[in-house]
Design a binder for this molecule. Structure first.
Ligand SMILES: Cc1cc2nc3c(=O)[nH]c(=O)nc-3n(C[C@H](O)[C@H](O)[C@H](O)COP(=O)(O)O)c2cc1C
Length: 364
């Protein structure tokens, strides 16, 4: 029976343990240009004992940005600045993949290039908020700008944008990429049947709703290889925006068959229901894991005890921790030794300086 501290092959990597650091947006990229900084390199390197680090969500083209101060992987300056992060993580003995992000409709005109509005599967006004500039130009929580639907022709270039970003990530020294298809962002806005009622080849049936995400996977795999490509999904539309999709289960199983055929390195489930109780979705995950056959990771509210149980029960091959990694750079060592975990401070999650970022101490 595997434990959190056993190695795990993931694509071309061999992870030394199964404690994975979740993608965590921290809004500390340098301005102008949304480029990674030496402080970010220090933060990630402090957490290098994770079996694998998945970077904060990183936008793949200007249209893909939704929040202030989040880094991109689109420009040459961004790519070159990420190199200091990947070098620092590797020098500290770690592994890091880049989470590729297109927010779709979860955006605001103030963070997009002049004249652009957010895009999605459908033109909608919705309740979601993002972190952008308010009417007075001050940073804060603002309601998303109404979005327009991507045209059929425009959709042809979306996989290319992911492909370009994936190539940039490899050139920046990342060990691979995670395609962000979770939490209500663009790719989920296409998968979700309640939201996506397009009448072209990208909407309607389950097959059509999976088309964009699979085209993205194909392009990324073509350019950097399946063994450096993973994907994050969130069950039942729990993310920002779309309502739960009653067809999520058959859609998920179809995706698993397709991802298995492409032999991608891992599938990562972001779940928001496992915080205090057993997730009602564990049986589905077990079925998805069987269908996929590769490394299967789960995230959301885990403790040492519940994480070990997921491995023992065959629900997952590795467990992903978010907030615990914010306040415990040495999370792996603490779990291994049974040392108490430090609490996180929500006030410093997004934006600011080293406080609440690189100043959480290691134990002892
Ligand atoms: C500060 C913060 C930033 C986050 N940023 C991202 C992100 O960039 N990409 C993503 O897929 N999920 C993001 N999430 C969700 C986490 O990856 C994770 O799913 C969530 O925190 C639940 O896991 P936990 O209970 O171990 O923290 C974020 C969560 C937090 C708290």
């Amino acid at each position: 029976m595997p434990s959190l501290f056993d190695p795990l092959p993931v694509g071309r990597l061999r992870l030394p343990n199964r404690v994975i650091m979740a993608p965590l947006t921290r809004c500390r990229a340098a301005q102008p240009g949304d480029v990674p900084t030496p402080l970010m390199a220090e933060y990630y390197a402090q957490r290098a004992s994770a079996g694998l680090i998945i970077s904060e969500a990183t936008w793949i083209e200007p249209q893909a940005k939704g929040y202030l101060w989040t880094p991109g992987i689109f420009t040459t300056a961004q790519r070159d600045a990420w190199r200091q992060v990947t070098d620092a993580v590797h020098a500290a003995g770690g592994r890091i993949m880049c989470q590729l992000w297109h927010v779709g409709r979860v955006s605001h005109a103030s963070v997009l290039p002049e004249g652009m509005v957010p895009v999605s599967s459908m033109a909608t006004e919705h309740e979601a908020h993002t972190f952008a500039l308010d009417a007075e130009g001050k940073p804060g929580r603002v309601r998303c700008t109404p979005c327009r639907a991507l045209t059929f022709k425009e959709l042809m270039s979306v996989p290319q944008a992911y492909g370009h970003a994936a190539t940039q990530a490899i050139d920046a020294g990342f060990d691979g990429v995670e395609i962000h298809a979770a939490n209500g962002y663009l790719l989920e806005q296409f998968m979700n049947g309640v939201l996506n009622t397009r009448d072209d080849a990208f909407g309607g049936s389950i097959e059509n709703r999976c088309r964009l995400v699979l085209q993205v996977v194909d392009e990324v795999v073509r350019l950097i290889g399946a063994d450096r490509t993973g994907i994050r999904l969130s069950p039942h539309g729990q993310g920002i925006g779309p309502r739960p999709d009653p067809e999520w289960e058959p859609l998920a199983m179809r995706l698993m068959r397709n991802l298995a055929a492409r032999r991608v390195a891992f599938v990562h489930i972001s779940d928001h229901t496992s915080k205090t109780i057993d997730s009602p979705h564990r049986e589905l995950w077990r079925a998805m894991r069987r269908e996929f056959g590769g490394a299967f990771m789960v995230c959301g509210g885990y403790t040492h005890e519940t994480a070990e149980r997921e491995l023992a029960d065959g629900v997952a091959d590795a467990v992903v921790f978010g907030k615990p990694f914010i306040s415990n750079p040495d999370l792996v060592e603490r779990l291994q030794r049974g040392t108490a975990l430090a609490p996180w401070d929500q006030a410093t999650f997004y934006g600011g300086d080293h406080r609440g970022y690189t100043d959480y101490p290691r134990a002892n």
